[in-house]
Design a protein around this ligand. Structure first.
Ligand code: UDX
Length: 443
């Protein structure tokens, strides 16, 4: 058998997924050549520094680049000549003005790579795509690649979570490969030999099943979050406590406590656009009713943001006009600088639009936030954001905010009003320091 290190890998697209995948595969001992169409990104990555904040990524990136195992390029011909396995890691954002996924980058990457495939290889799609996409790409690949059907397409969905991306890539909880080719399966088993040896489940499926695993996993996770947030809505009118409710539910191990955290709901570059693209695809396939519940999942999620704004306004006596609001958090979740569809920034921008002065602080996402929302003001620390505030809103649960000292913060604000959008604080402790504490779904 060919030694694992001998397989040469390429990674097309160096965003959150691709940069992490490339660095992790180099860390596992492979020679990796990663490509992006953005020369600035490639220049930065070539120096061994990450364009994104992701815990642990900088270390392995640097190690990979220093060892010579990890290299970067903008040249598809170089990639085509180099690798035995090409991982497609480009983005599939939501289309402008539609729920459907925009496949421009996936199609573009395949069209650019295929003419340079002169020897047998495997193309492993990792991007999240509408079910049925891979089958279409196979035809395109075989038509464009000089090597024809010896360029084999498999689908290998990625389940990494931002903030845990390195660990999730090196030790995923499962590996799914969609292929009906014994040869391509053998190649993929060789790529993931170390994970398979550790006992990580390796599932082989057909192409559509592999595509569906990813979107249905995300649909399930989004549904679980919106379920508990729907309960929060009920709690708000019945004066019940959703935090206690979630805890009580979690001890039933059929339900479990993960992704049952009530609060401001989900955002990010995956869950929101993936459930929308899934609904759009179901429409096209004529199975719209099967996924119509996802419309409600999305609506519940959006209503949390609106409720957060209402709660803050209520606390300020009914109007934001002339008031100062300190916002803690801009990233869509802690340990990330990703602000795509961030609930925190959505709420901050709405409150600004309703007349408040809004000061936002985030440990890592300020540059991204500033570029996307120049109308907001940005603080240099948590205390700076809370300075002279009429209300402080905790919208992303960074540990720095979870551990905030209510006594110290009380000294800098104008009024001790706190809205805990992530159920991350201890209400008793804050109330003991004279704060009016409010949270979504709690009395
Ligand atoms: C998600 C999936 O978890 C991952 O498997 C997939 O590959 C990509 O999409 P990610 O977007 O990194 O990963 O974030 P995740 O940790 O899933 O959180 C998504 C959102 O849900 C965040 O905004 C988070 O704040 C929110 N969330 C999560 C809740 O509101 N409540 C919870 O209990 C859990």
């Amino acid at each position: 058998m060919v030694e694992q290190q001998r397989l040469r890998l390429s990674v097309i697209g160096t965003g959150y997924l691709g940069a992490t995948h490339a660095a992790c595969m180099a860390e596992l001992g492979f020679e990796v050549l990663a490509l992006d169409v953005d020369p600035a990104k490639i220049a930065q990555l070539s120096k061994g520094t990450s364009p994104i904040f992701e815990p642990g990524l900088n270390d392995i990136l640097k190690r990979g680049v220093d060892s010579g195992r990890l290299r970067f390029t903008t040249d598809f011909a170089e990639v085509g000549a180099f690798a035995d396995v090409h991982f497609l890691c480009v983005g599939t954002p939501q289309q402008e003005g539609s729920n459907a996924a925009d496949l421009t980058q996936v199609n573009g990457a395949l069209d650019s790579l295929a003419p340079h495939l002169n020897r047998p290889c495997v193309i492993a799609g990792k991007s999240t795509v509408p079910v049925g996409t891979a089958a279409g790409l196979v035809e395109r690949l075989h038509a464009l690649a000089p090597v024809g059907a010896d360029a084999e397409l498999v689908w290998n969905p990625e389940f990494l979570r931002e903030g845990f991306a390195v660990g999730d890539t090196i030790s995923p909880n499962r590996i799914v490969v969609g292929t009906e080719s014994a040869h391509a399966e053998a190649v993929m088993r060789e790529v993931f030999a170390s994970q398979i040896a550790e006992g990580i489940p390796f599932l082989v499926t057909d192409l559509p099943t592999a595509e569906l695993v990813k979107v249905s996993a995300n649909a399930f996770l989004a549904t679980k979050i919106s379920f508990i947030n729907a309960m929060a809505e009920v709690c708000e009118t019945t004066h019940a406590d959703v935090h206690k409710l979630a805890e009580a539910l979690s001890y039933d191990d059929r339900i479990g406590g993960k992704f049952l955290g009530p609060g401001l709901g989900f955002g990010g570059g995956c869950l929101p656009k993936d459930i929308r693209a899934f609904m759009a695809r179901a429409d096209e396939l004529g199975v719209e009713p099967a996924l119509s519940f996802l419309r409600e999942v999305d609506a519940i999620n959006q209503r949390r943001r609106a409720r957060m704004v209402d709660l803050a306004r209520e606390l300020l006596g009914g109007s934001f006009e002339g008031r100062t609001v300190g916002v803690l958090g801009a990233a869509f979740k802690p340990n990330s600088d990703d602000i795509r569809d961030s609930p925190a920034l959505d709420v901050a921008a709405t409150i600004r639009a309703q007349g408040a002065r809004v000061l936002v602080y985030d440990p890592e996402a300020l540059d991204n936030a500033r570029a996307a929302h120049p109308q907001l003001e940005y603080a240099t620390s948590m205390f700076d954001a809370a300075h002279d505030a009429d209300a402080v809103l905790l919208l992303t649960e960074w540990s720095e905010f979870r551990e905030a000292d209510p006594g110290a913060l009380a000294k800098v604000v104008l009024h001790r009003n706190i809205v805990d959008g992530r159920n991350a604080l201890d209400p008793e402790e804050w109330r003991a320091h004279g704060w009016t504490y409010r949270a979504l779904g709690r009395p």
